[in-house]
Design a protein around this ligand. Structure first.
Ligand code: MLT
Length: 212
């Protein structure tokens, strides 16, 4: 979608067909994905909600990502923080362009997308009302403790995930709890891939939280 939104992210925006929901799902894809990937998931999780889906601006061997890394699970923290600030500015500008309520964004991130969503919670705690994080890791330990009171976060880890150790997802849950967020953790029985059980858990969580 071509717009004058700055900073520029290639993105898809799908307006709400149920504006009464008030919520915009911010869809953040995994490594090698793009802005189309999570649109079906967004429609399924909260039918009728507005969807904002940017493409990560970093390329790793041609694969889009939201930030650079030195190796699997080893993040370039400077770039992660820079890209998080850029994404935050993009969300604010997109909210203005499309007439969306600023404090009603719920991130739905998978893998690399979940990690930048976690980073967004830590660096810009006012931007998201909540987040669904599929296969997330601790992005970094913040210098200053963010106030995450009233932020609802679902973390969905994989019992047999070869990429994200369970302890890492648990550490993120503990960190977000320490900062005041309302955390729920779901364990998918398989690995890094998303399963129907993840979707059911996320759908149920979202329907309980829709009045965020
Ligand atoms: C990341 O780099 O964000 C994580 O290792 C997950 C991934 O994208 O593979």
């Amino acid at each position: 979608m071509k717009t004058s939104i700055e900073p520029h992210f290639i993105h898809q925006f799908i307006p709400a067909t149920r504006p009464d929901l008030g919520i915009t799902l911010l869809l953040l894809h995994g490594t090698g994905g793009n802005e189309q990937d999570l649109l079906p998931l967004g429609h399924e999780l909260l039918p009728g909600a507005a969807l904002l889906s940017p493409r990560g601006r970093v390329l790793e061997n041609g694969m889009p990502r939201f930030f650079r890394r030195f190796g699997e699970g080893v993040f370039d923290t400077d770039d992660l923080k820079f890209q998080t600030h850029e994404l935050n500015e993009f969300i604010k500008a997109a909210a203005q362009e499309y007439g969306l309520e600023q404090n009603k964004f719920v991130a739905v991130g998978y893998s690399n997308g979940a990690n930048i969503a976690a980073s967004l919670l830590l660096l810009h705690p006012h931007t998201l009302a909540g987040a669904i994080l599929f296969r997330p890791m601790v992005p970094f330990t913040p210098e200053f403790d963010p106030d995450l009171a009233h932020k609802a976060v679902l973390l969905s880890g994989g019992m047999r995930d070869p990429i994200v150790p369970r302890n890492n997802t648990k550490s993120l849950a503990e960190m977000l709890t320490r900062f005041g967020a309302e955390i729920e953790v779901f364990w998918h029985q398989g690995g890094h891939e998303l399963g129907q059980d993840d979707l059911t858990a996320a759908e149920q969580w979202l329907s309980r939280k829709v009045a965020l």
